[in-house]
Design a protein around this ligand. Structure first.
Ligand code: 2NL
Length: 345
């Protein structure tokens, strides 16, 4: 059977030069497919003499096997090449360290707000919110702070500007969160147990005072609440907040227009190597002010003082955060210095 050598050369060359698996498949179909050249020759065997057919059939089978082997070898080679290309292009050094992800931190003030909210929630106090711009009635009058009281002076309080003829009552940036407590009492009446954390504003600026800072006040009004309940509530708060098994508090008689009797509260502590140790030692650190709510304040809030009574307290959140986390300068709280935030966050 002549021409077989040319056919073999044609296909072996084509297989050697083909560049991809699709082209290789086309070659396989052209040679060995049902309509392929080799298959056509095979089907021609039927017309030959028996001894011719035997020889030609054997030669065709050898040719078919040779081309099939070449096709398989090339398919393997192409497959390897594709795999090697993928290994090269998709190579990944799994020993590389991960990309550093910049994560934020919780500001110490937010951290303290969350902690004390949770501690007081466990003691049955809800959280009350209120406006930061307050009328002077809610911020001062309702709290039994008389008109000529120094706290109302402009050197201490931010007053909103008023256009000529604006007859609305004076408004201020609230100087404490007490007005939130007044609004809560007026809204829900007694009994009530709320804490009011939030931003407050005072015209003040030095290492331990900034014009905006954070306060939390607590209020518990019921039928027979006493100073003993106040004492227990504050001790429980301090034990949980400062994470110590026991605390010693000192109640010093004091005066606030909105409470009677009033007491400033110190916590026993010691300074060991620049670190504040809470709960033991020979020093006292003032942490908050408190007292029994003045009857005039209850009346202003629409609560009958002949039927209801209770305690209130207030503390500076920034201040207790400084105590707990050993932060020396309050102004650093508001400079948004990432190094500071990362260190204390
Ligand atoms: C940083 N704060 C302090 O040194 C003192 O804060 C205090 C002290 C005593 C009471 C209160 N709050 C209060 C609220 C109502 Cl609605 C009625 C009566 N009192 C806040």
């Amino acid at each position: 059977m002549d021409g077989l050598d040319a056919l073999k050369a044609k296909y072996l060359t084509a297989v050697a030069n083909v560049g991809d698996e699709a082209g290789l498949e086309d070659l396989r179909v052209a040679a060995l497919g049902k309509k392929g050249e080799i298959s056509a020759l095979m089907s021609g065997l039927g017309k030959m003499e028996p001894d011719q057919r035997k020889a030609a059939g054997a030669m065709l089978n050898v040719l078919k096997d040779e081309i099939d082997a070449a096709l398989r070898a090339k398919k393997g080679a192409l497959g390897d090449a594709a795999l090697n290309e993928r290994l090269r292009s998709e190579w990944l050094d799994v020993t590389m360290p991960g990309r550093p992800r910049r994560v934020g931190t919780i500001h110490p003030v937010s951290q303290v707000m969350e902690e004390l909210t949770a501690i007081f929630a466990d003691m049955g106090f809800a959280v009350a919110e209120g406006p930061q711009v307050e009328s002077d009635w809610y911020n001062f009058d309702a709290l039994n702070i008389p008109p000529e009281h120094p706290a109302r002076q402009e050197h201490d309080t931010f007053f909103m500007n008023r256009a000529e003829g604006d007859t609305r009552p004076p408004h201020v940036l609230r100087t404490h969160t007490s007005p939130v407590q007044i609004r809560a009492m007026a809204a829900q009446g007694a009994p009530i147990r709320v804490i009011a954390p939030g931003r407050v504003y005072r015209m003040d600026m030095d290492q331990t005072h900034t014009p905006m800072f954070h306060q939390v006040e607590g209020l518990a009004i019921d039928r027979d609440i006493s100073m003993a309940n106040l004492k227990w509530t504050l001790e429980e708060f301090c034990r949980a907040f400062f994470e110590v098994p026991s605390v010693e508090l000192r109640f010093r008689a004091s005066h606030f227009p909105f409470t009677e009797p009033s007491a400033e509260v110190d916590i026993r502590c010691s300074w060991e190597g620049g670190q504040l140790k809470i709960g033991q030692g020979d020093k006292w650190m003032e942490i908050l002010g408190s007292g029994m709510v003045h009857p005039k304040v209850l009346t202003a809030a629409g609560v009958n003082p002949d039927e209801w009574q209770g305690f209130a307290f207030g503390m500076g959140i920034d201040r207790i955060a400084m105590l707990k986390y050993g932060i020396p300068d309050l102004r650093a709280f508001f400079e948004s210095d990432l190094r500071w935030l990362r260190h204390y966050g």
